[in-house]
Design a protein around this ligand. Structure first.
Ligand code: MN
Length: 336
């Protein structure tokens, strides 16, 4: 069985709200026009095709899955989700998206599974929505990196982390355009998207949570990163050494308060997917670093070509293909 765990969708209300936002101007955001505008306002070509596929959680998606041999998708709201709106708008759009996704899962329980959209702008409402989503049969939450320049290590988001840990639901931390302060050097050369910029912001997000001790406070918190861990497996050794040196040498790093080495949290609290990165040497390296129990297959539908990703993954020499394609996803997301 082949389960793909980072597969995107959108609702019509969300797309409508994004279009309005792009028209009105977006305070505290950057790069949305390049990232989002080119998709949702496209009349033809790749952007229009992606938008059509995002909006479908039925026959078109099933056909695409059949065409490339994906048995099940774990579906979640696409970036930047509801995180660009005011708290009330965001919470309402998240609830509606969760109802729609849960309906699609109910209609196709052997083909679709889903992660909840939540609005970090309203942390307590988001925590309650996570609980409601669990009741709807959803299997975790999707958070598209920062929320108006704030990351999940900020104390305001503790209710969300507490709820995720308490309900034992994983949070899938997915990329999105970086905050305005980080954006210009990327966007000046159009490198702000998934080609490069996305992973720098999302890896930063994960590292911020690690060094600030989020996983000491919430040892049961489970985070999923796509894109083979956003580059972090490649860096773990050096991160540990420089972290130890910096922390031992001086008290000049007051935010480096985690009790263990950064890699220990990465290997205990994180699971990874191969979305858009089913490249033999990279997948094998990642499996070597994090172990065969922590890596799951994904396509990144509809942004990636399912057939290309499936075919490419078929060429990877895995230690344990069953875990990669099926068993890890079933365990992480508690799929039936
Ligand atoms: Mn994705």
């Amino acid at each position: 069985m082949k389960i793909a765990v980072e597969e995107a969708f959108a609702t019509r209300s969300l797309v409508g709200a994004w279009i309005k936002l792009l028209k009105d101007g977006v305070p505290g955001e950057a790069g949305l026009d390049q990232h989002l505008g080119r998709l949702i306002t496209a009349k033809s070509g790749w952007g229009a095709q992606v938008t059509e596929r995002l909006l479908d959680v039925g026959d078109l998606r099933l056909q695409q899955m059949d065409d490339c041999g994906v048995d099940m998708q774990v579906i979640a709201i696409t970036a930047p989700g509801v995180q660009v709106f005011d708290a009330d708008t965001a919470s309402a759009l998240a609830e509606e998206a969760n109802d729609i996704l849960a309906g699609a899962v109910d209609a196709h329980p052997t083909r679709f599974s889903g992660l909840a959209a939540i609005a970090p702008q309203a942390p307590r409402t988001a925590a309650r929505e996570l609980e409601r989503a669990l009741g709807l049969g959803l299997k975790g939450a999707m958070i598209n990196s920062h929320t108006k320049g704030e990351y999940l290590d900020a104390s305001a988001y503790r209710p969300i982390l507490e709820a995720a840990e308490g309900l034992d639901l994983p949070i899938y931390l997915h990329p999105r355009p970086a905050p305005p302060a980080m954006m210009p050097p990327f966007s000046e050369r159009h490198l702000e998207g998934s080609l490069w910029g996305f992973q720098t912001d999302t890896a930063l997000h994960a590292l911020r949570m690690i060094v600030t001790g989020v996983f000491d406070e919430f040892p049961g918190l489970r985070i999923v990163l796509g894109h083979l861990g956003e580059g972090l497996p490649f860096w773990l050794d050096r991160i540990d050494r420089l972290f130890a040196r910096g922390r031992n040498a001086t008290d000049a790093y007051p935010f480096w308060v985690c009790k263990r080495q950064p890699s220990e949290y990465f290997l205990d609290n994180f699971w990874l997917s191969s979305a858009g990165h089913n490249w033999d040497p990279a997948v094998r390296f990642t499996e070597e670093v994090v172990g065969e129990d922590r890596l799951m297959f994904a396509v990144d539908y509809p942004y990636e070509d399912g057939k290309q990703q499936v075919d490419q993954a078929a060429g990877v020499t895995l230690k344990n293909p069953d875990k990669f394609y099926e068993l890890n996803a079933k365990r992480v997301f508690k799929l039936n």
